[in-house]
Every structure is written in structure tokens, then in C-alpha cells.
Design a protein. Structure first.
Length: 309
């Protein structure tokens, strides 16, 4: 008789695209395959923390939808959302000029100030959607992952103040201030720890499902400034690291959200639907993995049971 493996969900970063995680949770819940533990980075930490509190995909989505519509939160990301060009050529050229000037303005602000906005811009919306304030109030094992800028190490939050943990995991460097704690400066772990698969195994998962939100644009060919080249080089390095980490998961779900910008939360429902569709397509493969892992676990347990004392 096969054993039942502990299913863990590793939810990656991705900004607005990461709202696809809610759709993944809905599909797994409907299939009777809800995770027993969750680790998340950035938006993955927000979605994962809400589900760990509610154990209800529908309620998680209702809160996330409210989060995505919060005026204070939307105002933070408005400068990063690409502007659409007008129908007329002159209007299009004018829009390109405005966008170029705006990008330069953001660049100047970023290099002359420690952050673009204060932490209340993120903390306040988070406080509106989370009822739980401590990890002890959650209903399944959960970890939020961040990056310590001082030591260059991964930080895993599993106990203590929940809002501090989620804030730190989602504090995009240069946009929000780091969380200062015990000599550490902790920010969004999305650069080196984008999909926290290892952390999910540490929580006790026998089988890890990684939800990888696409962030790399393979066909990008235009680089107008030296900064564009630097950022692209960094993106390539992170993409190679991500590919190595993702291979350690038992199953990878990759929602097709490339049509939506990472900073544009107006497409929240479309991103959620992409996650639902991707997870639904992965269900047959997941069930096969559960059977295989369950049979393997049963054999291992039988061997230990028969071993002499």
C-alpha cells in the first residue's frame, strides 16, 4: 500500500504576474491536492501567507483582488507601467519622448535616494488583507524568503511577526526600504532566491511543486543606454541561476503571463486565470508523481520497519 507524500508549494516572485499563484491554488484545491506546506518569495510570500492563513483559495483571491485595487499600492507602481502609444504617429513619438524622460527621472531618483517610497506604501495594504499577525496563527507550515544585503545570505522567516516577514520578502530593492533586524538589512529575495524550492523541502515536503513566473524576455534586441546593457547582463545571469534551481523541483508549473507587465496590477484576474489554466494542465503529471513518490515512500518505510532494532 502506497504512502501519501507531503505536497509542498514553492511560489516564486513576479510582481503582478505572481497573482497567477492564486489560480494555481484554486486548481489544486478543486482537485483535492491542496499543499500541506508553502514557501514563497515576494508576491509568492504574499499569496502563500494568505493561503496559509485561510486554507481557502477563493477567500485568498478575494483579499488579493482587494490588494491589487488598493489606490495607495497602485500609486507606487504607476511610474513603472509602460504607457501605451497613441494612434497617430506624432502622438506616438511624443509618448516615446515622455516615457524616455520619465525613465530618466526614475533613474535619478533611484540613485540619489535610498528608496522611492516609504514602507507604509506596502505595509498598509498588507495590513488590510492579513488578519493574522504572527506565524503561530497560520493553519499550515509557511516560510517567507528574503535576502540579507549585509551577509548576502538567504533569510527564511518561519516564526514571529508575519507582516514583517511578508514585507521583507516583498520589499523590492530601491523601491521600498529594507527591513532592519538584528544587524541585517532584508529585502525582496527575488534576485537570488526567486523560487524557494529548498526552503519548501525544509518545511517537510516530500514532493515540491514549483510555480515559476516568467521574468526573462529572450527576444529583447534594443538597448539604448549603458544601463540597459548592465540590467540585461544581470537578467541573463539571474535567468541561468533560476534554470539551475528550478531543476531541483519535482514538478514545475509556468503560467503563461508574459502578455502582462510585472508592475501592472490592472490585469489581476487575467493573471489568476493563467495560473489556473497552467495548474489544471499539470494535474495528470502531478497525480502520476504522487503515485510514484507514494510507492517509493512506502517501500522505504517498510525497509525501516523490517530492519533489526
Amino acid at each position: 500500500m502506497s504512502a501519501t507524500p507531503v505536497i509542498g508549494l514553492a511560489l516564486g516572485s513576479g510582481g503582478a504576474r505572481g497573482l497567477a499563484h492564486a489560480g494555481v491554488l484554486q486548481a489544486l484545491e478543486e482537485a483535492g491536492l491542496a499543499p500541506a506546506c508553502i514557501a514563497g518569495t515576494s508576491m509568492g510570500a504574499i499569496v502563500g501567507g494568505l493561503y496559509a492563513e485561510t486554507l481557502d483559495a477563493a477567500q485568498t483571491w478575494r483579499r488579493l483582488a482587494r490588494f491589487a485595487e488598493d489606490p495607495e499600492f497602485l500609486e507606487t507602481w504607476a511610474p513603472f507601467v509602460p504607457k501605451g502609444s497613441g494612434a497617430e504617429e506624432d502622438a506616438g513619438r511624443f509618448r516615446e519622448l515622455v516615457d524616455a524622460l520619465h525613465k530618466k527621472y526614475l533613474a535619478v531618483k533611484t540613485v540619489t535616494r535610498p528608496c522611492l517610497v516609504d514602507e507604509a506604501r506596502l505595509r498598509h495594504p498588507l495590513a488590510q488583507i492579513f488578519v493574522a499577525r504572527d506565524f503561530a496563527q497560520l493553519r499550515l507550515p509557511f516560510a517567507a524568503v528574503g535576502l540579507d544585503l549585509v551577509a548576502g545570505e538567504r533569510v527564511e522567516f518561519r516564526t514571529g511577526n508575519l507582516l514583517d516577514a511578508v514585507y521583507a520578502s516583498a520589499a523590492v530593492p530601491g523601491v521600498f526600504p529594507p527591513l532592519a533586524r538584528d544587524g541585517r538589512l532584508i529585502v525582496d529575495g527575488g534576485a537570488p532566491f526567486r523560487v524557494p524550492i529548498g526552503t519548501c523541502r525544509d518545511l517537510g515536503a516530500d514532493l515540491v511543486i514549483a510555480v515559476d513566473i516568467p521574468s526573462f524576455e529572450p527576444g529583447k534586441t534594443e538597448y539604448r543606454t549603458g544601463m540597459d546593457v548592465i540590467l540585461r547582463s544581470d537578467a541573463v545571469a539571474r535567468q541561468r541561476l533560476d534554470a539551475l534551481v528550478i531543476r531541483t523541483a519535482d514538478l514545475v508549473i509556468t503560467p503563461d503571463v508574459c502578455a502582462y507587465h510585472w508592475s501592472d496590477f490592472r490585469d489581476a484576474e487575467a493573471c489568476r486565470r493563467c495560473g489556473y489554466d497552467a495548474a489544471s494542465e499539470a494535474l495528470p503529471a502531478l497525480r502520476r508523481l504522487i503515485d510514484e513518490r507514494g510507492n517509493w515512500l512506502a517501500r522505504v518505510r517498510n525497509l525501516f520497519a523490517k530492519a533489526p532494532a
